[in-house]
Design a protein around this ligand. Structure first.
Ligand SMILES: [Zn+2]
Length: 363
């Protein structure tokens, strides 16, 4: 998988996932990494963290007090990073070093853990975020909180819908419009009128083969037929098809080399939270996180994962882009998203001032 470039590489343990796409049997893939019991590995559980006690910090040592002040100011130069704990909970941390003020030549290292899951909205553009600072030398831990101002920046979503659910997608054009959301539809088969309609609404269209076969199980001849035979017709009719999604996220390196000649981005699929910047996306291969109904049986689990993922990409700053994929838009489809969940995704993104990217936006 030499084309994979992540700005975050998250290495998890052992087993492969049972993760497939609409209408398929289960498919094994190393990039889909669940918990040991087979459940998806990244459903956020509320982190056990003590409530903020403002009184605590007043007793802190001078260095600790200075660190807390820096963290509260939330300056952009604090280098925050994403960390997945053993339960795959998404966390944001930062490491800070402070030169000693009382003893010349000493320095102490501190770790900051932010509690984004429980951040409390103060108004339309501010949240109160609790954090814990640990002095790594002494083990001293202090809790405090900061005010996080949401600003317009380049953080955003790369939201995609796969397979052949054109009628469901078209019924929700108004919903996308309501939230100013532009998305990418990865269609199968031959050109149909949906593609021009989607483009006219400001969306993008990518390709997802003719018959949705597992490409690792077919001959080279069938591979080329499935991936490229219909593409010219789309392009002759003004549908650029800049991107390609592998059915079930399954591919081999030679396939990616071949498809790179025709598609600017090839897209895989998994359950792991991954964040990219535009340079990593332009490199040509990305893996997109599934948010299908099947993966999140409980409403609270779905809302928790969306909240923590979206807050995380916004909070770590810079150009953090999160690829997400689902299929049908339906209350009953396993491989699809319930309409009210779709609105939750779009509303949460808008509240956090996240951008909506299309695959074609990077070229
Ligand atoms: Zn598919």
């Amino acid at each position: 998988m030499k084309h994979i470039v992540y700005i975050l590489v998250i290495v998890l343990t052992s087993s492969v996932a049972v993760l497939s796409c609409a209408g398929s049997r289960s498919v094994l893939r190393s990039e889909t990494l669940p918990n040991a019991d087979g459940t998806p590995g990244d459903q956020a559980k509320p982190a056990a963290r003590p409530p903020v006690d403002p009184a605590e910090s007043t007793e802190a040592l001078p260095l600790m007090r200075a660190i807390i002040q820096r963290v509260k100011q939330n300056a952009p130069e604090i280098n925050k990073y994403v960390f997945l704990d053993e339960q795959s909970n998404i966390m944001v941390k930062a490491d800070l070093t402070m030169e000693g003020t009382d003893t010349v030549g000493t320095s102490e290292d501190f770790e900051v853990v932010y509690d984004l899951q429980h951040a409390a909205p103060l108004d339309k553009s501010r949240l109160q975020v609790g954090f814990a600072v640990t002095n790594k030398q002494t083990g001293d831990i202090r809790h405090d909180s900061l005010q996080w101002n949401l600003t317009d920046d380049a953080a955003g979503l790369l939201l995609a819908f796969d397979d052949n659910y054109q009628s469901a997608w078209e019924r929700h054009f108004e919903v996308f419009e309501k939230y100013g959301a532009r998305v990418t539809f990865f269609v199968q088969g031959d050109l149909d009128p949906f593609c021009a309609a989607a483009l006219a609404r400001g969306h993008d269209v990518g390709y997802h083969t003719i018959h949705h076969l597992n490409l690792t199980q077919v001959s080279r001849e069938v591979f080329f037929e499935e991936t490229l035979s219909a593409v010219d017709t789309f392009r002759q009719h003004g549908i650029p098809l800049l991107s390609f999604a592998y059915p079930y996220g399954l591919w081999e390196p030679w396939m990616d080399e071949e498809l790179a000649k025709s598609f600017k981005i090839r897209r895989g699929y998994g359950v792991t939270f991954r964040v990219y910047d535009s340079a990593a996306i332009r490199h040509g291969y990305i893996s997109s996180k599934a948010i299908d109904n099947l993966l999140y049986k409980q409403e609270a689990a779905f809302e928790a994962i969306i909240t923590i993922m979206f807050r995380t990409i916004k909070f770590i700053g810079g150009e953090s882009i999160l690829p997400l994929t689902t299929h049908d838009i339906s209350d009953t489809a396993d491989w699809g998203i319930m309409p009210h969940r779709l609105e939750y995704v779009l509303q949460t993104a808008r509240d956090l001032k996240l951008r909506f990217y299309r695959y074609g936006d990077f070229f």
